[in-house]
Design a protein around this ligand. Structure first.
Ligand code: FES
Length: 142
């Protein structure tokens, strides 16, 4: 190996060492990785006024609204549930199906019951659930 070959190969090796960490890092967690997706609510909780137009869907059984990362569903005349809207598979936003009484993820078909438990994968972890308190026309989610 002459001097020119040596420097040529050393330069190529150095390039591989320089590029390798960036390539390897791309295989790590991303912002859509379920472990790094935040599905929670702020420490002050969420307050919803049922008399406002934006929350009108909650005046009907089967209706639902989103607030931040939370989906709030009216499941009966007297009952509401609040769950993380962030699918635990890869972070898509779940929706509620009144006809099947399930939360469904449009991305890969995961399904959850209204308690947040997984009914069908590929998600393997439950949706976080929150406490809903009703006081007149005000819902407080904490
Ligand atoms: Fe919901 Fe894949 S992100 S099933």
């Amino acid at each position: 190996m002459d001097r020119k070959d040596f420097f040529s190969k050393a330069l190529l090796g150095g390039s591989v060492l320089f590029i390798a960490p960036a390539v390897l890092n791309s295989c790590g967690k991303t912002s859509s990785d379920p472990a790094s997706v935040s599905g929670g609510i702020t420490s002050g909780g969420i307050t919803l006024d049922l008399t406002t137009t934006g929350n009108a869907a909650l005046n009907t059984v089967g209706g639902f609204v989103y607030s931040g990362n939370v989906i709030i569903i009216r499941t009966s005349d007297t009952n509401y549930v609040a769950l993380s809207k962030v699918c635990t598979h890869q972070g898509c936003t779940v929706s509620y199906s009144k006809s099947s009484n399930k939360l469904v993820c449009p991305c890969h078909g995961a399904q959850f019951n209204t308690g947040g438990s997984v009914l069908q994968g590929p998600a393997s972890r439950s949706l976080s659930s929150y406490t809903v308190t009703v006081n007149g026309n005000t819902l407080t989610i904490s």
